[in-house]
Write a protein that binds this ligand. Sequence first.
Ligand SMILES: [Cu+2]
Length: 314
Amino acid sequence: MYKLKNTAVAVMLVTGLFSAQQIFAKTVKVTMTAMEVDLPVNNKGDVKMAAWTFDGSIPGKPVRVDEGDTVDFTLINPPENKNSHAMDFHAAQVDVLNEFGEIKPGQSKHFKFEAKTPGVFMYHCGASTMAQHIAKGMYGMIIVDPKDKKNYPKADREYMLIQQQYFPDSENITGLLENTGWKGALINGKMFHYSPVHDPNATQVLESKPGERVRIFFVNANINNPVALHPIAGIWDRVYINGNPKNTLYGIQTYNVAVAEGSTFDIVSPADRPTNVAIVDHAMGAALRGAITVLMNKPDADPKKGRGDQILIR
Ligand SMILES: [Cu+2]
């Protein structure tokens, strides 16, 4: 009898835990509209790309959920567009022909998925020819924050960076597939977006205070090239492969981010002095043509930067 009672209590406790988890998991509604628009790809604004986008910007808006949440997603392809579009969330486990299938102008599509695996994931348009839809800017990032924070110290600031190869002639599909004719690297949609050192028209940098832990969520949206991500004048304190703290590397100078990989990078600057770090793709063809991001570690860092919706600086 005593044993039976104990078992009953244990069952009740376990059931209670499970239902608590179910209560805490939420459904996050996300709607995006495919928009075919011309966008500047430099800070001055005089170099434009015939872009295809989610909601009119490169990258698309950040999606951020907790592990276990359900994403309730709607894609709208307005009738004035000329092309079919689609959505492929790398954080989802669904049916490529069903949920990820393309829709024509004038159609919309709705699907749900549970974000079961924590990490940093790319999302992108998977309509044919996929290389072209990505090269024209149809991509973004979904962050699935891990439930287990054991090996995941709290960051003082967080920033999102997404890199892509810039092909001025994105109508030339052969060039995209043969990797010829790319002329620059876009960071969050612009060459040298956060590097006033290399482009006097750049007005933004990433900021933190000396000694703070800065967390960079990074996605490689290049259609062909890996990214050798290195912080010049720094060392990655931790690299979380795929953004999952279960896959943690320590003390890394350069980490090669595969095409379509998302990973998370922590850097902690010296606490006793202001410093600057240049986060680069150490592949020079990318670095010297746009893939340099300045992180300034200074006592008067803007308290809003790297927090809330300022994790993506437009
Ligand atoms: Cu598309």
